[in-house]
Design a protein around this ligand. Structure first.
Ligand SMILES: NC(=O)c1ccc[n+]([C@@H]2O[C@H](COP(=O)([O-])OP(=O)(O)OC[C@H]3O[C@@H](n4cnc5c(N)ncnc54)[C@H](OP(=O)(O)O)[C@@H]3O)[C@@H](O)[C@H]2O)c1
Length: 289
C-alpha cells in the first residue's frame, strides 16, 4: 500500500495520529517525520519508519516526503513563522510527488470574526496555499483542545472556581486524542478529498456549562466569573507568564466570546464511528476528576 507520512511525530497530535494509524494499516505503510529523530524512537519500536524533516529546511522535507502518497501536515507551533514553514511543506510535497496533503487548521465561524493573532491568519493563508497547490487536499478544522482548557480557566478551576475572558461565548471542544483518531480514520478513507472538515464534539457549551459540569463532577459549587481580556492578561502576567503567551491566550478567549467557535459538526462522530466524549467526560479527563 502507498505510504502515509505524519509530521509533528514527537508532539501530542502527530504522535497520537501515528499510534491510531498503525491500528488501521500496517506499520510498514506509515512514516513519522520528526526534527529530532531520537525523540521519535518509541515510534520506530512500533515498526514505523522515522524520517528527519524540519519545516524550516525545504530540502529535508523533499527527502522526507519521497515515496509518500499522503501527508498529514500538523500545523507549526505558534510564535514561529508558520506560513513560511507550511509553504515549505506544501511545495516540498508537490516536488516529492505526494498526491494528497491533509492540513490541521483552526475552527472559525468565518474568516473575519475575531481572528486569533498568530493562528487564524496563518491558517487561512496555509489553506489558500494548499487549495492553489494543485495537490489533492483535506483541510481539517480543529476546535480548542479540551485538554488545554486549564490555560484559560486555571489549573485549579475544579477546586476553586474560575474566571475566564470568554463572557457568555460558546464553543465546541474535543480532546486531541479523539481528533487524532479521527485524523487517522480520515487518512485511510476516501470521500474527504478537496474538502474542509470541521471536527468537534457535535455541540457547543458556555463556560457556565463548564462550571455546572465541574460542580456536578466534584459535588461542590463552582463559580465562573467572566473577566475582560485585559484583566486576564494582567493576572497571568502577575503569575509570571510571558506577555506574549498571556496575550496569545487572551486572543483565544476573545475569539470564543465573539462566537468564532460557536459552530458544531457531526463529522468527528462519523469518523470515530461513535459519539465523541461529552463535556463531563472531557472535564473528568482534563481536570483529573
Ligand atoms: N486547537 C488547539 O486547541 C491547539 C492546541 C495546541 C496546539 N495547536 C496547534 O496544533 C499543532 C499540534 O498540536 P500539538 O498539541 O501536537 O503540539 P506539540 O505537542 O507542541 O507538537 C508540535 C510538533 O511539531 C513539531 N515541530 C515544531 N517545529 C517544527 C519544525 N520546524 N519542523 C518540524 N516539526 C516541528 C514538534 O517537534 P519537537 O518535538 O521537536 O518540538 C512537535 O512534534 C500545534 O503545533 C499548533 O499549531 C492547536
Amino acid at each position: 500500500m502507498a505510504k502515509i507520512l505524519v509530521t509533528g511525530a514527537t508532539g501530542r497530535l502527530g504522535n497520537a495520529v501515528l499510534r491510531s494509524l498503525v491500528k488501521i494499516i500496517p506499520a510498514s505503510d506509515v512514516v513519522a517525520m520528526a526534527r529530532d529523530t531520537e525523540k521519535a524512537k518509541p515510534l520506530a519500536a512500533l515498526g514505523i519508519e522515522v524520517r528527519y524533516g524540519d519545516y524550516t529546511d525545504y530540502d529535508s522535507l523533499v527527502a522526507a516526503f519521497e515515496g509518500v502518497e499522503k501527508v498529514y501536515l500538523v500545523s507549526a507551533v505558534a510564535f514561529s513563522d508558520r506560513i513560511a514553514q507550511h509553504k515549505n511543506a506544501i511545495i516540498a510535497a508537490g516536488r516529492a510527488g505526494v498526491r494528497h496533503v491533509t492540513y490541521t487548521s483552526i475552527q472559525r465561524t468565518n474568516d473575519v470574526l475575531a481572528p486569533i493573532e498568530g493562528v487564524t491568519d496563518s491558517d487561512i493563508a496555509t489553506e489558500q496555499l494548499l487549495v492553489k497547490s494543485g495537490l489533492t487536499y483535506t483541510i481539517i478544522q480543529h476546535p480548542l483542545y479540551a485538554d488545554d482548557l486549564p490555560f484559560l480557566m486555571g489549573a485549579n478551576a475544579a477546586k476553586e472556581g474560575f474566571s475566564a475572558p470568554v463572557g457568555q461565548g460558546r464553543a465546541g471542544f474535543a480532546t486531541y486524542a479523539e481528533l487524532a483518531e479521527a485524523g487517522a480514520a480520515l487518512l485511510t478513507q476516501s470521500g474527504y478529498e478537496n474538502r474542509t472538515c470541521l471536527l468537534n464534539a457535535g455541540q457547543t457549551w458556555s463556560f457556565q456549562d463548564i462550571a455546572d459540569g465541574l460542580a456536578l463532577l466534584t459535588g461542590k459549587p463552582i463559580d465562573y466569573q467572566p473577566i475582560a481580556v485585559q484583566a486576564f492578561i494582567a493576572a497571568r502576567k502577575a503569575d509570571g507568564w510571558p506577555t506574549a503567551v498571556a496575550t496569545f491566550l487572551g486572543g483565544w478567549g476573545k475569539a470564543i466570546e465573539k462566537g468564532a467557535f460557536d459552530q458544531s459538526s457531526r463529522t468527528l462522530e462519523r469518523l470515530l464511528g461513535r459519539k465523541p466524549k461529552g463535556l463531563h467526560e472531557m472535564l473528568r479527563k482534563t481536570f483529573d476528576l
